[in-house]
Design a protein around this ligand. Structure first.
Ligand code: ADP
Ligand code: 5GP
Length: 193
């Protein structure tokens, strides 16, 4: 069976990656499956183990790093690690589905290094800083302290946009989803099954 391709969405937190992925998953013809990452943070809101993330203790996360189970991992925020499990990547692309992942900018670029031409890296840019801040607040899932940390990090992250295959500004959601969808179609359609 033909192996699937990998689509990476990276951006500062609050730029809209999860929302965009949610919309893309409603289009079965793209044959996308979401890669569930592991994280050492606790679930927030209605998040469930094995749906949004595999929620691991810090010790378990470390053990898996040492066992070589991750294709990439990063300490995205001080003391909080996130990583892509090799088993998850294999499960999805090995079954011929296209894998879509939401990872931080460094993780995204590392995936590109590792899987090369099988990867499309997309950078989702907020329209401006004030909008990013408003979206983080409206989401209502993070403390003031967390929002501050995420905003601080966003400037650094935006500096990597030029290293991605394509940047899409998430202003009007419908237009953003269309642009991302077209980029994915063009990429996965390169080699027709
Ligand atoms: P990320 O996954 O990048 O952290 P989210 O998808 O959680 O970001 O989006 C952050 C917040 O912004 C959410 O409350 C979401 O509903 C909202 N949002 C996302 N895209 C748009 C958009 N184009 N216009 C207005 N609000 C948006
Ligand atoms: P959140 O805590 O908002 O769910 O995610 C925080 C950040 O971690 C986001 O920037 C997200 O892209 C990133 N992230 C999620 N999973 C992974 C992963 O497997 N690897 C890396 N490097 N970053 C991840």
């Amino acid at each position: 069976m033909k192996r699937g391709k990998i689509i990476v969405l990276s951006a500062p937190s609050g730029s809209g990656k999860s929302t965009i992925i949610g919309e893309l998953m409603k289009r079965p013809e793209l044959e996308l499956q979401f890669s569930i990452s592991a994280t050492s943070r606790s679930p927030r809101g209605s998040e469930k183990h094995g749906r949004e993330y595999f929620f691991l203790t810090e010790e378990e996360f470390k053990r898996r790093v040492e066992a070589g189970e991750f294709v990439e991992w990063e300490e995205v925020y001080a003391g909080v690690c996130y990583g892509t499990l090799e088993s998850e990547v294999e499960r999805i692309i090995g079954s011929g589905h296209n894998l879509i992942m939401d990872v931080d900018v460094k993780g995204g670029l590392n995936i590109k290094k590792r899987f090369g031409d099988d990867v499309l890296t997309l950078f989702i840019m907020p329209p401006d800083k004030a909008t990013l801040e408003a979206r983080l607040r409206n989401r209502g899932t993070d403390s003031e302290e967390t929002i501050r940390k995420r905003l601080e990090k966003s400037e650094y992250e935006m500096g990597f946009a030029g290293e991605f295959d394509k940047t899409v500004v998430n202003d009007k959601l419908g237009e953003t989803v269309e642009e991302v969808e077209n980029a994915i179609r063009e990429f996965v359609g390169k080699e027709k099954r």
